[in-house]
Design a protein around this ligand. Structure first.
Ligand code: AFP
Length: 287
């Protein structure tokens, strides 16, 4: 498995260099395509996808790859035990304004060629392309944070843990009149009464990363326009649920732990997502 992580690391360095050394107006321009989830595809999404697929396809222990940018799984080796899934460039609408984007990934151990749910993950993480490039890797034991310094990832914090309570909630409040579930509005009002403030970058990697470091509540609930939610289970929600569990936080689809949601066989399945520290999650759970 370390072999897979090493390759993802080096792919992320390539993607980071591409972002930092390119004209953001050009990287952010549309490639005249829609991906399978119906989002506009920017050029950088496609380039990041090619980098990851090319690099990972050399690894013999990988059975298949699942990417946000590809309609179907890409099968590599019949004898491979692992499935690697990724969102090559999360937050692509932020590329042309030079705001943090990221790569999200999960490594799944297959059971008889399939996965049951998020508990098949053996390692997951994300790379943030922001003011600096940082890589967060969670394995079964702990979550470590690395920073790209002189073109190498150096450990800057080991065994990350989330605090019990934060002071920020992150939710796209412009959707508040179309949320399917009244509890989100109640929670927001409750947190405002407690003097919480709001932050919404619009890149899951950035909003979730801040929640890990500062605590608080992050959610993208389903709504009338996105009845299944907007975040994809396999390469966004499951990996973050795994990371949150390992840092001592909480994840949910509004009903159960995201890791326990059965994998529905559609690699692009969407879900409601909640990622939170304990205090805010307890308030939500009691609404
Ligand atoms: P893009 O990759 O199309 O920018 O979408 C990013 C994303 O899937 C996720 O990273 C954000 O949390 C969410 O969308 C933001 O969605 P809104 O623009 O509807 O707030």
């Amino acid at each position: 498995m370390n072999e897979i992580l090493n390759v993802i690391e080096s792919s992320c360095i390539k993607i980071s260099q591409l972002i930092k050394n390119s004209n953001s107006n050009e990287l952010g321009s549309l490639a005249n395509e829609y991906n399978i989830s119906g989002d506009d595809v920017k050029k950088l999404d496609l380039m990041a996808n090619e980098i990851l697929k090319k690099d990972l396809s050399k690894i013999k222990i990988i059975s298949c790859l699942g990417s946000e940018e590809d309609k179907n799984l890409v099968f590599l080796n019949n004898s491979g035990e692992y499935m690697v899934c990724f969102d090559p460039l999360d937050g692509s609408s932020n590329i042309d304004v030079n705001i943090t984007t990221g790569t999200i990934f999960a490594i799944y151990k297959l059971e008889n060629g399939v996965i049951k749910n998020g508990r098949n993950i053996v390692a997951a993480g994300y790379c943030l392309y922001g003011g600096s490039t940082q890589l967060i890797i969670a394995n079964q034991e702990q979550v470590n944070m690395y920073q790209l310094i002189n073109n190498q990832f150096q450990l800057i914090k080991d065994n990350l843990k989330i605090r019990n309570m934060g002071s920020i909630y992150a939710i796209n409040e412009a959707n508040k009149y179309i949320w399917d579930d009244y509890r989100y509005l109640k929670l927001v009002n409750n947190l405002i009464e407690k003097n919480y403030t709001t932050r919404w970058v619009g890149s899951l990697v950035a909003d979730a990363h801040r929640t890990i470091l500062k605590g608080g509540f992050f959610s993208y609930p389903s709504n009338k326009i996105n009845p299944e939610g907007k975040i994809r289970l396999l390469y966004e929600a499951y990996p973050f649920a795994f990371i949150f569990e390992k840092v001592g936080g909480y994840s949910s689809n509004g009903k159960i732990n995201l890791l326990d949601v059965d994998f529905p066989n559609d690699i692009h399945q969407k879900t409601t997502i909640i990622l939170s520290s304990k205090f805010e999650f307890d308030i939500f759970s009691n609404l």
